[in-house]
Design a protein around this ligand. Structure first.
Ligand SMILES: Cc1cc2nc3c(=O)[nH]c(=O)nc-3n(C[C@H](O)[C@H](O)[C@H](O)COP(=O)(O)OP(=O)(O)OC[C@H]3O[C@@H](n4cnc5c(N)ncnc54)[C@H](O)[C@@H]3O)c2cc1C
Length: 484
């Protein structure tokens, strides 16, 4: 009897979703849903109830209104490249996939802004405006497939965010469907300095827990007049780390300042885009400066000087655009390249003050030894955003658990160094408990209370971002029980 009731409710859900978007835009068979059990964080899986593909804000609003009234949980999903499990169902949610809302709606070169739907792929924006000499600055390494909606939700970063800032610095306006189906416009069409609370700041990086973004106005930038790219090879990882701090403290802000250690270099050289880096390196830096032509040469010379003072083995400037592109392909495909040297890998994402690089990299080395797992480091060194890649073999019993624990210890090392547990990949499902490394119960409760204003029934993306209730929340719940 009970089972029958559930099946009927399931049918009603599917039927209503089909009425809103058409039968071809709803997946509900188990074999179709399997692809949506996880995102780029593959160590946790959950089965959704259905996946629905709206094409307009109105459809998103109708879907959300229905789910809200029926008390059915739901999740927004872009390309599913998230690395912290933000788009993974806990079980039974309806996934609202935004990938069919993929139009570039408007480009306004005069005011240097563009309006996109959330499923518009990041790199496509730059490609669409390149012929006019413009580009979109935030460049996550996944930019060839991740969506701008997903970038807003995660406040995505990228190699060139050191100088230009992360996603939040490039968002001028949002249209958002709230978890009850209402549609709101925030700083519509990029009007600067709107009075009232900074809702755009609040929504950006909220990991899909406060609303579903259905339209985004972004800042676009004019291509820099000139750029130059440097590769610096080191025989000692501490020298490379000190060079990073020295470059910034010399007053230079490179467009990008990336680092790879010995294991990461082994991986990228064994994969699809090898550069032919010399053998036996302990670290390399990939540094890019851009701006008006006349200042570039001086900055490059200063960078070369710093590297020489830090005992660089070899340092070279890309001869042409082709060589530069090869170096960047080698770096930007770095995560996937680990597949060439390990059956599995777990990407971590912590932040530290730049000056602590040598000591935290040493701590990560100790964690690698303690857990008997290789850890490669490939990261945005300029902004202290580490990506320890923990290499493991899921076929060996216990190794997955060891990798997860080693990852958590790397985040603890970042937190202990005065940093944070995420620089750009978000907390999602993966790092909920690690939130306790940097926040007290009271601080976590303050944040969940803000979320609850937008998402009072916690139907939108439940079970993400925050650890299970802290002490304060538990006390409050007990008090509530006593007083009601
Ligand atoms: C190889 C690789 C390299 C990467 N490199 C980087 C990098 O350099 N920098 C970086 O920051 N990240 C990087 N990532 C992580 C990932 O690509 C980013 O987090 C990206 O922003 C996710 O976009 P997506 O479209 O795939 O979103 P999804 O993975 O589909 O979703 C991510 C989160 O956003 C929410 N969401 C998605 N769309 C919306 C919407 N329209 N409204 C509200 N919430 C929404 C989801 O609910 C989920 O919580 C990398 C990932 C991979 C696989």
């Amino acid at each position: 009897m009970f089972k029958k009731k559930i099946a009927a409710k399931g049918d009603k859900t599917i039927q209503t979703l089909m009425k809103i978007v058409g039968p071809g835009a709803v997946l509900h068979h188990k074999e179709d849903l399997t692809a949506y059990e996880c995102d780029g964080f593959t160590l946790h899986k959950g089965m959704p109830k259905a996946v629905v593909f709206p094409t307009t804000t109105e459809e998103v609003s109708k879907i959300v209104t229905f789910l809200y009234e029926e008390n059915i949980p739901f999740i927004a999903r872009g390309a599913g490249t998230g690395l912290s499990g933000g788009a993974i169902p806990m079980g039974g949610e309806v996934i609202i996939s935004l990938v069919k809302m993929k139009k570039l709606l408007h480009v306004d070169f005069e005011n240097r802004q563009a309006v996109v739907q959330p499923g518009f792929v990041n790199l496509k924006l730059t490609n669409s405006i390149a012929d006019k000499g413009y580009y979109y600055a935030p460049d996550p390494s996944s930019q060839y497939c991740c969506t701008i909606g997903g970038n807003v939700a995660e406040n995505a970063g990228g190699a060139h965010c050191l100088k230009y800032g992360v996603t939040t610095n490039h968002i001028l306006g949002l249209e958002v469907v709230l978890p009850n189906g209402e549609v709101i416009q925030i700083a519509d069409e990029g009007i600067p300095d709107v009075p009232g609370y900074d809702l755009m700041g609040l929504l950006t990086g909220s990991e899909g827990t406060m609303g579903i973004v259905t339209k985004i106005t972004v800042r676009i930038l004019k291509n820099p007049e000139d750029k130059k790219t440097v590769l610096a090879y080191f025989d000692n990882i501490a020298d490379a780390s000190f060079a990073v701090s020295d470059i910034i403290s010399a007053g230079i802000v490179p467009a990008a300042l990336e680092m790879m250690d010995e294991t990461a270099i082994e991986g990228v050289e064994a994969a699809a885009f090898p550069v032919g880096h010399p053998k036996g390196l302990k670290a390399l830096l990939l540094i890019e400066v851009d701006g008006i032509s006349c200042g570039i040469e001086d900055q490059i010379n200063e960078i070369l000087d710093v590297c020489r003072k830090r005992n660089v083995r070899e340092v070279k400037v890309a001869a042409d655009e082709q060589e530069r592109a090869r170096w960047w392909a080698n770096r930007k495909t770095g995560f996937g390249a680990m597949g060439a040297i390990s059956p599995d890998y777990l990407v971590q994402d912590g932040v530290i003050p730049r000056s602590k690089l040598p000591e935290v990299l040493e701590r990560i080395n100790q964690i690698s030894n303690a857990y008997d797992l290789r850890i490669a480091n490939i990261f945005h060194a300029g902004d202290g955003n580490l990506h320890p890649l923990i290499l493991f073999d899921a076929r060996i019993p216990g190794e997955t658990e060891r990798a997860l624990e080693a990852g958590s210890q790397c985040l603890k090392a970042c937190a202990d160094a005065g940093g944070s547990i995420t620089g750009e990949h978000g907390v999602g499902i993966e790092k909920k408990e690690e939130m306790r490394f940097i926040f007290t119960d009271e601080e976590i409760n303050a944040q969940t209370e803000i979320r609850d204003v937008f998402n009072p029934n916690n139907l939108l993306n439940p079970g993400k971002l925050f650890p299970s209730p802290g002490r304060c929340a538990e006390i409050k719940q007990e008090l509530k029980k006593v007083t009601t």
